[in-house]
Ligand binder design. Structure first.
Ligand SMILES: NC(=O)c1ccc[n+]([C@@H]2O[C@H](COP(=O)([O-])OP(=O)(O)OC[C@H]3O[C@@H](n4cnc5c(N)ncnc54)[C@H](O)[C@@H]3O)[C@@H](O)[C@H]2O)c1
Length: 288
């Protein structure tokens, strides 16, 4: 895992649920990581998550480096200018078009033209994001799965202008990190989330209409279909705010009412019950 890497220094923008996992995976596989978030308190939270998870995964898999070694490879910073020295950059900020546009404008200025740039989003078309900068050919989608350091697959998205070099770079980085990749063409939600967001939203409607309890909805999916997690547990793991933003994007992009978010989901988000990261969503968790 710690052999010579194709991309020595990787920039990861956004240190939330998924960005902290991407930073962890890359550091765990021997990369130097610059992990940027605009909120210093989120960097503290991310450091805590990575330390806890690295200890846990190190206990389960003896081939992984110790937690202090993983953390030593990560430069947690609020300064995006530090991305200038990165060989590859992955953007993972909030699922909000206006915010993504602002960050991609900044990345266009900071990065040198040849640096491959990946956008990690749940549903926003990669072609739209690629259009923000002057070099759309270097932009690809990299849809990581949560929890990133243990999920074996990354969905890579080919936008209209993505070059073969940029796609190859993304696949190489994934392979160097010890994971697999499947490449799909650009479409809102790609393959995974176009289907999965519909499923979790419909599960919320079942709860909303009183057809079943949250525990029973999840148990039915696990025991009947062999799913490792039920749809409401999955939504809690993703983060209910991110699920809501993703459904809003799918609704807007397809102009199809089948993606209208369940009112119960909106209510949970308004109440700050965001799932695992806040300690409660459709289920309660011991820690956020
Ligand atoms: N949560 C998941 O399971 C999951 C899975 C795959 C992809 N994604 C996608 O990854 C992205 C991040 O999702 P998340 O769940 O980590 O969200 P999150 O809300 O947990 O984290 C987003 C982070 O981005 C930071 N941020 C916002 N603007 C920034 C800026 N200008 N510069 C630096 N940092 C900034 C925020 O402070 C926050 O820490 C979204 O596009 C989401 O759709 C999420």
């Amino acid at each position: 895992m710690t052999t010579v890497k194709t991309f020595r220094r990787v920039g990861v923008v956004g240190a939330g649920v998924i960005g902290s996992g991407v930073g962890h995976l890359l550091a765990q596989s021997g990369h130097e990581v610059v992990l940027v978030d605009r909120r210093p308190e989120q960097l503290d939270t991310a450091r805590g998550w990575i330390a806890r998870n690295a200890r846990l995964f190190g206990f389960l898999r003896k081939d992984l480096p110790p937690a202090d070694e993983v953390l030593a490879r990560i430069d947690l910073t609020t300064d995006p200018e530090k991305l200038a020295g990165a060989d590859f950059v992955i953007e993972n900020i909030t699922e909000d078009w206006e915010m993504k546009r602002e960050v991609h404008r900044a990345l266009d200025r900071i990065l040198s033209p040849g640096t491959p740039l990946a956008a990690n989003t749940s549903a926003i078309p990669i072609t739209r994001i690629a259009g923000v900068g002057r070099y759309p050919e270097r932009v690809v989608g990299m849809h990581f799965m949560n929890p990133v350091p243990v999920m074996p697959m990354v969905e890579i998205i080919r936008a209209v202008h993505s070059s073969e070099d940029a796609l190859r770079a993304a696949r190489t980085l994934v392979a160097d990190a010890g994971a697999q990749a499947i490449t799909v063409n650009d479409s809102p939600g790609f393959v995974t989330n176009r289907v999965m967001m519909l499923m979790v939203n419909e599960a919320m409607f079942l709860l909303h209409e009183g057809v079943s309890s949250a525990a029973d909805v999840d148990r039915l999916f696990k025991t009947c279909f062999g799913h490792k997690m039920g749809p409401l547990e999955t939504a809690d793991l993703i983060g209910l705010d991110t699920v809501l933003l993703s459904l809003d994007t799918l609704h807007l992009e397809f102009n199809d009412s089948k993606y209208r978010p369940c009112p119960l989901l909106k209510q949970k988000v308004y109440a700050g019950l965001l799932g695992r990261k806040s300690g409660e969503g459709f289920h309660r968790y011991a820690e956020g």
